[in-house]
Write a protein that binds this ligand. Structure first.
Ligand SMILES: Nc1ncnc2c1ncn2[C@@H]1O[C@H](COP(=O)(O)OP(=O)(O)OP(=O)(O)O)[C@@H](O)[C@H]1O
Length: 265
């Protein structure tokens, strides 16, 4: 499709002989916001890791703006695609400004120092996420929401036009869940994320890719993916779908009456 920026064809990935991602076809179009949703263990993070080049031992093909991902250097991938992932946060025993400065790495030679315009760019990014006053604080001491904002500032400095976020709303209270997603949307770039909260996904995304057992069950607009029968099939729960009265987006209310106690299952 014209304007496809990221595409997977018959993508499979296994670990220790176990199939985790199973023959997935996927595409991401410039400018859209897409969420990968599905139960724990469905393969969402594994799919993202293949798509952003962390796992290279996949079979099938991944194309970044038409070029095979395996033929593009890590540095060139990072110029086009930035990643915000909670899993790597704990490695940052750095100040906030140093974390944000890491966004410059793909654009710099080995011994190239920061220019005044780089520093201005870093400050502008920190200002955009409202962390200028915390720039000298240790990243590890930020709250969960502030850490996500700092990583978004790093992505702004990285200046890629695709942003991948793995569970950006994890551990955030409801206010900050909305704040992070709204902030990401203001960047006006292509967004691909994983998210557990289907109501948030419906609120912010143009399209949802619903996964289960390493495969895609449904890939369409939220209204067409979030149907009681599809959700029952994947989550084994009955639900009621109506409209959010504020936004008119689909709103899902799950009924937990058939949940078994752990000891009964
Ligand atoms: N590096 C790995 N080594 C072994 N097993 C793995 C590895 N990565 C993923 N898996 C397994 O693959 C399956 C899918 O994991 P993945 O993290 O992709 O799921 P997910 O949909 O993101 O789950 P969650 O919603 O719980 O974050 C799980 O059973 C997981 O244990």
């Amino acid at each position: 499709m014209a304007n496809t920026v990221l595409q997977a064809k018959q993508l499979s990935w296994q670990v220790d002989g176990k199939s985790i991602i199973n023959q997935i076809d996927f595409n991401l179009v410039k400018g859209e916001t897409v969420a990968i949703v599905g139960p724990n263990g469905a393969g969402k993070t594994s799919l993202l890791k293949c798509l952003y080049g962390e796992y290279q031992d996949f079979t099938g093909n991944i194309f970044l703006k038409g070029k095979s991902l395996k033929s593009i250097s890590t540095k060139d991938i990072a110029k086009q695609l930035s990643v915000v992932s909670q899993h790597s946060n704990s490695v940052f025993n750095l100040t906030v400004v140093d974390v944000v400065r890491m966004g410059l790495i793909p654009h710099k030679g080995l011994f190239e120092t920061d220019t005044n315009s780089d520093l201005e760019h870093i400050n502008q990014a920190l200002d955009k996420v409202d962390l200028l006053d915390k720039k000298q604080q240790s990243f590890n001491t930020l709250s969960g929401g502030e850490q996500q904002r700092a990583l978004i500032a790093r992505a702004i400095v990285q200046a890629a036009d695709i942003l991948i976020m793995d569970e950006p709303t994890n551990h955030l209270d409801i206010y900050y869940q909305h704040q992070i997603l709204k902030l990401a949307k203001t960047l006006n770039i292509t967004l691909l994320l994983t998210i557990h909260d289907l109501n948030l996904a419906a609120e912010y995304c143009d399209r949802l890719v619903l996964m289960n057992n390493g495969a895609v069950v449904s890939n369409a607009k939220p209204i067409d993916v979030l149907t009681p029968s599809t959700l029952k099939q994947v989550f084994d729960l009955d639900c009621f779908v109506d409209q959010n009265p504020f936004t008119s987006k689909p709103r899902i209310t799950f009924a937990a009456h058939n949940i078994q106690q752990v000891s009964d299952s």
